[in-house]
Design a protein around this ligand. Sequence first.
Ligand code: SAM
Length: 253
Amino acid sequence: MDSVSNWGDKVLSRFDQSAQNYNASATLQHAVAVQLANHCRQQHMPGGLWVDLGSGTGHLADALETRHPGQRVLRVDGSEAMLRQQPLSARTQQWDLRGRLPRWPEAPSLLASSFCLHWLPSPGQVIRHWLNQLAPGGWLAVALPIEGCFPQWHHAAEITGIPCTAITFPKIKALLQWVGADQIRLQEEMHYNAVAKSLPRLLKPLRRVGADCTTQPSLTVRDWRKLQQAWPDLDGDGQLRLTWVIKLMLIQR
Ligand SMILES: C[S@@+](CC[C@H](N)C(=O)[O-])C[C@H]1O[C@@H](n2cnc3c(N)ncnc32)[C@H](O)[C@@H]1O
């Protein structure tokens, strides 16, 4: 097994383990799914097959269905445990998104995905593949954290020399390298600050949702303490902050 599939297997197994607690800690993921669904509602998206890729427990699919009564959204995820958190009436499909999309009886008119692309190898190529699978005139709606996330963590890592064990988030240029500028119907950047008194508390939601996978060796308690001491306290209120940069995009085939 090569390192890429090893990494992807590790990611899926972490999400499997955290499925039951996911909704309780995924406040940011929920807010982003709602925002992306709101953007979709403002476009004239044709009915037909709508799919939520990397649906997890179904935040985005639920938000889309609520805003488009009568429209069902197929929920696709590699983690069986995540799919099991969805209502029995939901349409689900377990599928590893590291490979090609399933062959459905009709081409999808909407492929939507929130907080999943950055876990897949070569997200830019994945976007190209997903766009090619759409029906002509179909839509791709994606949201994901991008390069620029966690500046406080990178700063503390640089000062202390302790490696930043957060994953590397995709660069927007790499994501859009195969997308024509005329295909992009909407781009939005959301900034979100998590705040807590200590580093373990600040990173707790990441752990609880299963998003704490890393390619780096784990740090010692001493390393974490040093990182916390070097964490910037720009507001001078003794609180630690962790800034997310989330990109939302609507792209049309
Ligand atoms: C952070 S969760 C996001 C879930 C949901 N979209 C949301 O916004 O709440 C990431 C999801 O991507 C799924 N995922 C990660 N790698 C995958 C892969 N290779 N194939 C299919 N799903 C994958 C995980 O199982 C998990 O449910």
